[in-house]
Write a protein that binds this ligand. Structure first.
Ligand SMILES: [Zn+2]
Length: 99
């Protein structure tokens, strides 16, 4: 699970405007300067990410975010999943193992 409440590096709750793929969580403005894997996210995107991470799967069918956040959210999800897949969480293997 990614850290979505506070900065994954320093614990700050201010200026959380970035998502770090490398460190698996949101980062404040200061800490993001030293991390090349961060994606800039706006406030709505941050709330959407929190909602997704903290809700159980059944509630995920109903939520709406502004269009400006949809693209950011897509980018974060895509890069995040690609990173996790590279580390061995292969969905095809998971599916096959259930047969
Ligand atoms: Zn920080």
């Amino acid at each position: 699970m990614p850290e979505v409440v506070k900065c994954v590096s320093c614990g700050s709750k201010e200026k959380l405007e970035y998502f770090s793929i490398k460190d698996n969580g949101i980062k404040c403005e200061n800490c993001s300067k030293f991390d090349k894997s961060v994606i800039r996210i706006n406030n709505s995107t941050l709330y959407a990410i929190r909602y997704i991470v903290m809700s159980d799967a059944k509630k995920l069918f109903s939520f709406s975010i502004p269009n400006s956040s949809v693209e950011e959210l897509k980018l974060v999800s895509k890069v995040y999943l690609e990173e996790k897949l590279e580390k061995g969480y292969r969905f095809d293997k998971v599916i096959q193992s259930k047969k």
